[in-house]
Design a protein around this ligand. Sequence first.
Ligand SMILES: Nc1ncnc2c1ncn2[C@@H]1O[C@H](COP(=O)(O)OP(=O)(O)OP(=O)(O)O)[C@@H](O)[C@H]1O
Length: 233
Amino acid sequence: MLVVRDLNTYYGNSHILRGVHAGIPAATSVGLLGRNGMGKTTLIRTVMGYVRPASGEVQVDGRTVTGWPPEKMARLGIGYVPEGRGIFPNLSVRENLVMSERAGIDGRRAWTFDRVMATFPRLAERLSHGGQQLSGGEQQMLSIGRALMTNPRLLILDEATEGLAPLIVAEIWRVISEIRATGIATLIVDRDYRKVLAHTDLAVVMEKGQIVRHGASADLLSEPKALEDLLGV
Ligand SMILES: Nc1ncnc2c1ncn2[C@@H]1O[C@H](COP(=O)(O)OP(=O)(O)OP(=O)(O)O)[C@@H](O)[C@H]1O
């Protein structure tokens, strides 16, 4: 459903994305791997319209959407949970969720407020708390909950478990499995490459702004030499 072709993105004079070709088929889970600073977040930010590419194309369902702003990308059914969490700190948990509520592009409302509550019981206990009163893990759950309330076809998770306690990290991976089982496509960036490969169908690896490897996640997991070369693990 999402394809990028020959994408080139600069920050000032720094050429960050260097001709990236990649795609996410519908209802497929893709892991985006690579060492620090290789361009993973820049790729996501370019796709979501936060950064304009110098050249290349972003397509959703065959339609060219390069440079569309984030709100329009969201309306195409792409949910984004940014690194460092995207919630409104001055609004309550309930307000954060309700304001994101929207039917999916096919008109379905599979993810409702009640379903998000059932998925994240911790949030249900803190509905009137302000966003800034939540722990880091709860903020992350709220950020994922907000994205689910938009009933996305594709959910992009950038470092969703970063800096969280092990129990919360396990909880987030459980939710990622649940989301995947409902047929939502996912693009997952996380430092724990084993978890990424275990929770995805396909994996792409970035190195210096290019995709240097793509294939089945299970295949990459069984290649220690490739993992060492590409990820330094
Ligand atoms: N706003 C910015 N202005 C200038 N350079 C930037 C900016 N954001 C990122 N960069 C640089 O772009 C390169 C790619 O960064 P990016 O965040 O996309 O990498 P990443 O693979 O997501 O790594 P990380 O895991 O560290 O976030 C890095 O060299 C980084 O220093």
